[in-house]
Design a protein around this ligand. Structure first.
Ligand code: NAP
Ligand code: MG
Length: 403
């Protein structure tokens, strides 16, 4: 069979631990036998980040800006324990955070659905995609532990003379204080990314905040979204027959639970953090959750939503055969190849990505799966296999499809 050709390279970002092992297996078994793979390779494994003083992460992010599409393996975000484990000279920042800061994007997370794993919420039939604003709010807040009686004030000193001062609270006893912010520019990027992703996936877009209580902060998000929608997207949404609607987060939560899915739910940073864990757990498993970062200028970075699965890696190092679920990492590759095919007008490449996803789903539908899914299955008698056996089962089905 002739190999499927590519034009522009994918930015390939290798990672750590168990997912690094899966990465190689997926390439060897599911990509390289079928595609004349072109990638620009960046090793974001912790050792290489240490060696390059994390310069490699910045280089990879800039390469995504240049080429437009990247695929990333899960990576270790160092903590104190990792600093001693890997003999690090510094506690390097989260690669995802660094890449996000450079691309300035929004993270979209969507579950991979299979018939035998039923969502906990009975009405859900189609995936619910969470779009999380990945900048500011409580993640960049300044906090203070108030030690004694006293006055807390909110103060702003403008460069051109604007000023603001208001009492937050007159403390009569110790307490806590928090100051957080966001920027119009980041909220605008968030809005554009959401509207563009809705157009590219042809799904309705919901957006929710707590604007009834937060009359200035959250209301600004609501206003900016509406203004951008009316100016740039309304006609395009109408043409596709999809809708944008804003609602209070309390109402959104109730509607989500009663819905049958099939839309994008845009959330502020904290809401998106919490709600994506709720939605992914209710759909079945973190190992079945895909994640893509979309920048406002149209660059894409595909990855799995889970981490490096450290516990399995230590077993692997002891020579045990592991049953780690490679689905989310496979879908990161298929998503990236499909997007590359679309941008470079290579239908065969997009069709390959689609076939890879179908072969993976069909393998699960046949009851062949990794251990994490076996306990969640209903209506079939599943067979638990190792990661590599599962990947080879997919390969067999993929070969048959492409023949
Ligand atoms: P994790 O790697 O997601 O794993 C947590 C647990 O979830 C695993 O021990 C496993 O449960 C289960 N799990 C996750 N993915 C699975 C898969 N594909 N197949 C089967 N089971 C799976 O999270 P973590 O242990 O908290 O973090 C490990 C490392 O990953 C950390 O160094 C962290 O910094 C990093 N991390 C990276 C990213 C990223 O790059 N995007 C995201 C999160 C965390 P059992 O052990 O019960 O089988
Ligand atoms: Mg979270």
């Amino acid at each position: 069979m002739p190999l499927i050709q590519m034009k522009t390279p994918l930015v390939e970002m290798d990672g750590d631990e168990m997912t690094r092992i899966l990465w190689q297996q997926i390439k060897d078994e599911l990509i390289l036998p079928f595609v004349d793979l072109k990638t620009e390779y960046y090793d974001l494994g912790l050792l290489e980040r240490e060696k390059t003083k994390d310069g490699i992460t910045v280089d990879a992010a800039n390469a995504i800006k240049k080429h437009g599409v990247g695929v990333k393996c899960a990576t270790i975000t160092p903590n104190a324990q990792r600093v001693s484990e890997y003999n690090l000279t510094e506690m390097w920042k989260s690669p995802n955070g660094t890449i996000r800061a450079i691309l300035d994007g929004t993270v979209f997370r969507a579950p991979i659905l299979i018939d035998s794993v039923k969502p906990v919420v009975k009405t859900w039939k189609k995936p619910i995609t969470i779009a999380r604003h990945a900048y500011g709010d409580v993640y960049r807040a300044t906090e203070y532990r108030v030690p004694e009686k006293g006055r807390a004030e909110l103060v702003f000193t403008g460069e051109n003379g604007a000023s603001f001062r208001k009492t937050i609270y007159d403390f009569e006893c110790p307490g806590v204080l928090q100051g957080m912010y966001n920027k119009d520019s980041s909220i605008r990027s968030f809005a554009h990314s959401c509207f563009q992703y809705a157009l590219s996936t042809k799904q309705d877009l919901w957006f929710s905040t707590k604007d009834t209580i937060s009359k200035l902060y959250d209301h600004t998000f609501k206003d900016i979204f509406q203004e951008i929608f009316d100016a740039d997207y309304k006609e395009k949404f109408d043409a596709l027959g999809i809708t944008y609607f804003y609602t209070l987060i309390d109402d959104a939560v109730a509607r989500v639970i009663r819905s049958d899915g099939g839309y994008i739910w845009a959330c502020k940073n904290y809401d998106g953090d919490v709600m994506s864990d709720m939605v992914s757990t209710a759909f079945g498993s973190l190992a079945m959750m895909t994640s893509v970062l979309v920048s406002p200028d149209g660059n894409y970075e595909f990855e799995a939503a889970h981490g490096t699965v450290t516990r399995h890696y230590y077993k692997y190092l002891q020579g045990e055969e592991t049953s780690t679920n490679p689905m989310a990492t496979i879908f990161a590759w298929s998503g990236a190849l499909k997007k590359r095919g679309e941008l470079d007008n290579l239908p065969a490449l997009s069709a390959f990505g689609e076939a890879l996803e179908q072969a993976s789903i069909e393998t699960l539908d046949a009851g062949i799966m990794t251990k994490d899914l076996v306990g969640l299955c209903e209506g079939i008698t599943p067979k638990a296999v190792s990661s590599i056996a599962f990947i080879r089962e997919i390969r067999g089905r993929l070969s048959a499809k492409l023949a």
